[in-house]
Design a binder for this molecule. Structure first.
Ligand SMILES: [Zn+2]
Length: 419
């Protein structure tokens, strides 16, 4: 059944044109919207509020959702490798299916409330691999958030975990659209890399991998494989897929940037994570601007925040202006559309309760978006033509129940972290 939005001020997410009127929002994974002259009596009255396309996240890690406030690591990390070793690999090894389910539910809940209706996630739980992707998919669907998932394959946890990761990936891709996840070049041997590329080819998928997030990725790849990361991925065929996603790409040299530019791969910038890990700043030199997306890297689920941090941090470091920052923020829709992934159509909308003290219109919308807007302005959310959030309350699930479940699972996980 269609939703009618009466008295909306619709902002076209591509042209930024403002158009007042009534909208008919079609239901379904590929539903559209259209302006109509009149509405049925039960139409939702937007009272002139701003309505625009909802958001999508290009790189998330639901597996880190229960990390907020967790006990400190046994050793304070002094570099990126130690951040992985003492924090993230220490945590992901201890996840079980209930914890994964809780992590996915709270992430989806946060996304929904922030107006993020589609998430590209990169999941790791090396000792609870089987069924992990299905558990995440079901949690996202329970809440009503679209997803494109992958399991993070790696050689870091031995042959059994690696085999389980390959099996989980293949079983998932047999049933659902997804990607073939790899941790990073430095933790993936040649055999695993080739198997991952073969899986991506077999299932018409792509690779989702961290690239040159820290110099250690380049250094260890050079030492182990005699070349840098991008030539290695190119040689293996990982860049031949239009669905391939490369997260970070901070420490690429000129040759690697040229390889990237000549490929079809997309890049995801995760600026807050990069600042937090002190790994450097992404710069877009030689990378086609239409293939740079934004993600949260598991830090949070708020894409307005990601867009604003990107702009403020990179406006001088990467000569980024407001339209270019906005394009990065919105490119994820183009990635999903170009690769014919369903669930991110025009019938995904947010209705903003934006109490601006100054006039707002097409010519200054980006000024408002970057300097005025925040997630608390997202009052209602429609996902795939169905109500997901009304008056900042998620309608599809009981938020209190999910938060209680997550608290219990977080306590279980934290207890395991210190044993
Ligand atoms: Zn990541």
């Amino acid at each position: 059944m269609a939703i009618y939005l009466k008295n909306a001020t619709y902002i076209d997410w591509q042209t930024l044109a403002f158009r007042p009127g009534h909208l008919r929002v079609e239901e379904g994974p590929s539903g559209t919207i259209e302006f109509v002259d009149s509405c049925p009596p039960d139409a939702f009255d937007c009272q002139g509020k701003l309505v625009t396309k909802s958001f999508a996240c290009g790189h998330h890690h639901i597996y880190s959702a229960l990390a907020r406030g967790m006990p400190p690591p046994e050793k304070k990390p002094v570099n990126f490798y130690e951040i992985l070793k003492y924090i993230w690999w220490h945590l992901d090894k201890r996840l079980d299916l209930d914890m994964i389910r809780a992590s996915a539910l709270v992430s989806a809940l946060a996304c929904a409330k922030n107006g993020v209706t589609f998430v590209i996630d990169h999941h790791a739980s090396p000792f609870s691999v089987e069924g992990s992707l299905e558990a995440i998919a079901e949690a996202f669907e329970q809440v009503g958030v679209g997803h494109l998932l992958c399991y993070e394959l790696s050689d870091r946890d031995g042959p059994e975990s690696r085999a389980a990761g390959l099996k989980e990936t293949e079983e998932y891709l047999k049933r659902r659209p997804g990607l073939v996840g790899l941790h990073a070049s430095f933790s993936v041997g040649d055999d695993l890399l080739q198997r991952a590329v073969d899986l991506a080819a077999t299932y018409d998928s792509g690779i989702h991998i961290h690239v040159a997030e820290d110099p250690v990725d380049e250094e260890l790849t050079l030492k182990e494989h005699g070349c840098r990361v991008m030539p290695r991925l190119q040689k293996a065929g990982a860049l031949d897929f239009s669905k391939t996603i490369l997260a970070h790409c901070i420490h690429l040299d000129d040759e690697e940037r040229a390889i990237l530019a000549a490929s079809q791969a997309y890049v995801v910038q995760n600026v807050e994570s990069n600042i937090n890990n002190e790994v450097g700043t992404f710069t877009s030199a030689a990378i086609p601007p239409e293939r740079i997306m934004l993600g949260t890297d598991g830090m949070h689920s708020d894409m307005i925040r990601s867009a604003q941090w990107t702009y403020f941090h990179c406006k001088t470091l990467d000569t980024l202006d407001l339209p270019a920052a906005y394009q990065r923020f919105r490119n994820v829709h183009k990635y999903l559309q170009a690769n014919i992934y369903k669930g991110d159509g025009e019938n995904n909308l947010i209705i903003l309760d934006y109490d601006t003290p100054t006039p707002v219109h097409q010519d200054n919308w980006l000024g408002h978006f970057f300097y005025g807007l925040n997630a608390s302005h997202v009052r209602h959310v429609i996902a795939r033509g169905q109500w997901l959030v009304k008056d900042r309350k998620v309608l599809t699930v009981d938020e209190t129940d999910i938060l209680l479940f997550a608290q219990t699972q977080a306590q279980r996980l934290w207890a395991k972290l210190t044993t």
